[in-house]
Design a protein around this ligand. Structure first.
Ligand SMILES: [Zn+2]
Length: 327
């Protein structure tokens, strides 16, 4: 953690912008690795360990179960530094299959995010920080936020990128429902396959809207969507069985939360499975319109129908309007 990230933060206990470094036990060329941050208003103390500032206070049982669940899943497979450096293009049987959708959709959406090197970027649910580092490589002041700390699944993994790819980004431990950043702070807030881990997506959407600068963008990718004809249940997934907070939300749940938070959204195509009737109709439309449907070549209304009725992956951009919001 570098000292200047405190200029973006609020104390998670009293919500005042009054955090200060109170102890530096160890510092390397990049950041403060071990130390303590203190709130000068309410005197709460927060630990810096391995460069990560821990602002997660009083985690509920859902968060504790999720932390334990990811540790179980991480130990069920072989993870290496090389694998982390390859992400999102994982290799090896179990990994490759699990990451394919994330990699395809990240590769599709990341190049069209309008990123400036002066941007402040927050990656919510950063986990290993595999995506966080790509924003840092663009020169942005980037922060990865997650509830997980451990290597190969949580924020500590970020050390691999910082050391071997010569980038730097901040890492903050916090839940996504109470995020300790100040209002109007970020130009870009990014989330990949994270929002469905919250039981309160409308609260998360309000937090995102609060922290975005007017005109700032929220980029949501790889979010699973349950259609009205889809009989899959979140409780059948291996993640749920390991104790992870998995939900299968409908398209309307996501869109209503964003709209109520004052964000203006636009859905983008995704790479992944489309139902047979959608594929047939799309084939006909492609023949008529030839190359007018963009890289993924899906007629936009069909994406809505696919996500509403069947299942799929939600990729979207949302903007916080520049004018005053009446929430
Ligand atoms: Zn305080």
């Amino acid at each position: 953690m570098k000292k200047d990230v405190l200029d973006l933060l609020l104390c998670p206990s009293c919500h005042n912008p009054t955090l200060n470094i109170s102890d530096v036990s160890y510092e390397n060329k990049n950041e403060i690795r071990t130390g303590e941050v203190r709130c000068t208003f309410c005197a709460s103390l927060f630990e810096i360990r391995d460069g990560i500032l821990n602002l997660l206070i009083n985690p509920g049982c859902e968060i504790i179960k999720e932390q334990q669940g990811w540790t179980i899943l991480e130990k069920a497979v072989v993870n290496t530094d090389e694998l982390m450096l390859a992400l999102p293009y994982a290799f090896g049987d179990k990994h490759e299959e699990g990451w394919k959708s994330q990699a395809d959709n990240f590769n599709l959406i990341f190049p069209i995010i309008k990123i400036k090197s002066s941007d402040k970027v927050l990656d919510i649910g950063a986990g290993r920080c595999w995506a966080t580092r790509f924003f840092a490589k663009e020169g942005c002041h980037t922060v990865g936020l997650d509830i997980l700390l451990t290597k190969y699944v949580g924020l500590l993994t970020g050390d691999i990128y910082i050391e071997k790819e010569n980038v730097f980004f901040e890492r903050i431990c916090s839940s996504m429902e109470k995020i300790p950043f100040r209002d109007n702070t970020f130009n870009i807030i990014f989330m990949s396959a994270t929002l469905h881990h919250s039981s309160y997506i409308s609260i998360v959407a309000r937090e995102i809207s609060r922290m975005l600068k007017p005109g700032g963008s929220f980029v949501l990718i790889n979010e699973p969507v349950k259609g009205y004809l889809d009989r899959n249940k979140a409780s059948e997934s291996p993640e749920y069985k390991a104790g992870i907070n998995e939900h299968l939300y409908r398209l309307g749940d996501y869109l209503t939360s964003l709209k109520e938070a004052g964000l203006i959204y636009k859905i983008y195509p995704y790479i992944g499975g489309y139902a047979l009737p959608i594929r047939i109709i799309n084939k006909i439309i492609i023949k008529i319109f030839k190359n007018k449907l963009g890289k993924v070549r899906v007629w936009p209304p069909l994406i809505y129908i696919q996500l509403l009725l069947f299942k799929g992956v939600l990729n979207l951009f949302a903007t916080k309007p520049s004018g005053k919001l009446n929430l």
